[in-house]
Design a protein around this ligand. Structure first.
Ligand SMILES: [Zn+2]
Length: 254
């Protein structure tokens, strides 16, 4: 996700509009992925809270990294209850870019996007890993620096948001809807931004899978084979993108 967002202290933040946003977002995450998050604290922070550590200029509308709880330990402060997955939501960007009546649905969609990244890892947080203070300080500098650049070179537009990520994100979308929380599928995954088919086409390809696997943890879902229609759509999207790339390359070389 990459839109420009200059911090402006005079602009209202999500926290200003909804002081209970982090609590509601946390409750949603536990509702849709409770089995995967059992026993773990979950830290949902706002860009306006972390700007002193990560820098005020930020081109992302949200982000998560494997050790982000340690990178932002000083901001978490008294809320710290041990290691747990962590995400940052760019409240300044969302309030700048969207009408007030859309802010909630956009913010919750971004929360589920970041949650899908957390669930797409081998485990939500690696409790066996004990990075040194120097390592964490270095990582913090890298994350802050990356967030300051609008575009970063990626091997493909969908890098990091591939088939397994799409599957998790759209199961989360389905579970959130059952809990009465609306989210926007194309903000969660797939679509033109990633040079992929619209997220609704992936929803169609899943058929009844999200309902059938409602009670199954994501760690288990990710190990099971997805529906054939989903695999076919994904492979078709990838080959269409690669075909497009090779035609562009031929045009440049000819
Ligand atoms: Zn992402």
């Amino acid at each position: 996700m990459s839109r420009v967002s200059e911090h402006n202290a005079s602009v209202a933040t999500v926290g200003d509009l909804w002081p209970d946003f982090a609590a509601r977002a946390t409750a949603l995450c536990r509702t849709v992925a409770g089995r995967d998050l059992t026993g773990l604290p979950l830290y949902i922070l706002l860009h306006s809270e972390v700007a002193d550590v990560m820098g005020r200029e930020n081109f992302s509308d949200g982000y998560t990294t494997p050790n982000l709880d340690l990178n932002l330990r000083s901001v978490i402060g008294d809320r710290w209850h041990g290691r747990g997955p962590c995400m940052v939501l760019n409240d300044v960007f969302i309030v700048d870019e969207y009408f007030p009546e859309d802010v909630d649905i956009v913010a919750m969609s971004i929360v589920l996007h970041e949650l899908a990244h957390i669930l797409d890892r081998p485990m939500p947080v690696d409790l066996q890993s004990l990075p040194s203070d120097d390592r964490i300080e270095f990582e913090t500098m890298v994350i802050a620096n990356a967030a300051r650049h609008e575009s970063r070179p990626l091997p493909t537009p969908y890098f990091g948001h591939e088939d397994q990520f799409i599957r998790i994100a759209l199961h989360l979308h389905y579970r959130a809807a059952l809990a009465g929380v609306e989210t926007i599928p194309n903000l969660l995954c797939a679509g033109r931004r990633y040079c992929l088919s619209h997220a609704h086409r992936y929803i169609e390809a899943f058929g009844d899978e999200p309902a059938d696997l409602l009670e199954i943890p994501f760690a288990e879902i990710s190990r099971s084979p997805p529906p054939e229609a989903f695999i076919a759509l994904w492979l078709n999207d990838v080959s269409r993108y690669l075909e497009c790339c090779s035609q562009t390359l031929n045009g440049v070389l000819s």
